[in-house]
Design a protein. Sequence first.
Length: 401
Amino acid sequence: MKEKCFANGRIIDVEKGCLRPETEIWVEDGRITRLSRGQAPQDAVDLRGSVVLPGLFNVHTHIQFDSTPAGAVIYASQPRFTLSAVKNLRKYLDSGVTYIRDMGGADYVDLELRNMVREGLVPGPEMAASGKNLSATGGQSWQNGVEVDGKAACIRAVREQCKKDADWIKLMASGGSKTPRTSRYAPQFSLEEMQTVVEEANRLERGVAAHAMGGESARFAAMAGVTSIEHGYFLEEETLDLMAEKGIYYVPTLAISYFLRNNRGKPGVTEEMADKAERDLEVQRRSLLAARERGVVLCVGTDACSPYNDHDGTGHELAAMCECGLTAAEALRAATVNSAKLCGVFAERGSIAPGKRADFALFAENPLEDIAAITRCAAVIQNGKFAKNFVSAGENPQKND
Ligand SMILES: [Zn+2]
């Protein structure tokens, strides 16, 4: 394939957190070959007026669960789950997300769709998937997961998910609002069970993502050495120290509380729910800033499917991070470099550099100046081709050649 040139776009250097002058990005076979200045050929694709970011990440998704004002639709038939997933994959792509890490669903729809996206049969971001989550009997999300109790069952369940070709093991370390009469902070597995899951998953070259709302459940997960802690609303000092020391990633999923608070009074969101979300956000803010202070690596995941938290809302997680006190540059790094490292794909993705995938998210305004710009993705290039074209008929190109 002939080398193609995307010219006149202004790249955000996500590692340094700055906007570069207009640059040419040369692409061949879906990869960046080189960057240049002032060398645009006549047939270059003109990206003038666009701010160019590497394709964004969302490392906590549930593609098959639809978001409704009443919450996620987690009981549905396989055809419905499958079609919802196809529709939601498109939403990620259209909002600038070119890599997702799916955190559990039903019937292994996620694993099949991951393969179909790779085969080019379904449009969507590149994805890693975790199959069925591991729950204690009656524990968080047992309805769609595998219920495991004791060391032998933990080993078997990890092996079973790997046999199905899951990329990640999702461990439900604590309860949460989706499962009645479960505690947010109490561990649902013994420390020994969590350690067993991590040991077996790592032996099979998989990471473990622990759903842990905080408190002792997150501490156990950190002690067990999981790869990432999901949610982590309330993180104790000891847990944060362990995360920093062991390099455990933090996916705070602020979007859940953020959207609830922002949609106070809308159908399905009572005053109590909005109040609680506001209180949660304050607790989350403290954990987030304490984590940042210790150098814990922060990533972007939205857990889309909770009320008003739809699959096209990844940018709002960055807005929520900034509201909590992160800089725009830090939020952008969380959505690119950091999340790419968590997913083990930084050699391929997460910044714009020679050798990497030509996946770009384009914006009309600079999100470094106003992070809200990140919620308005103008166009998306995936593997060097437009996956989403500019909408308005301006000077910008509309075609792939
Ligand atoms: Zn989740």
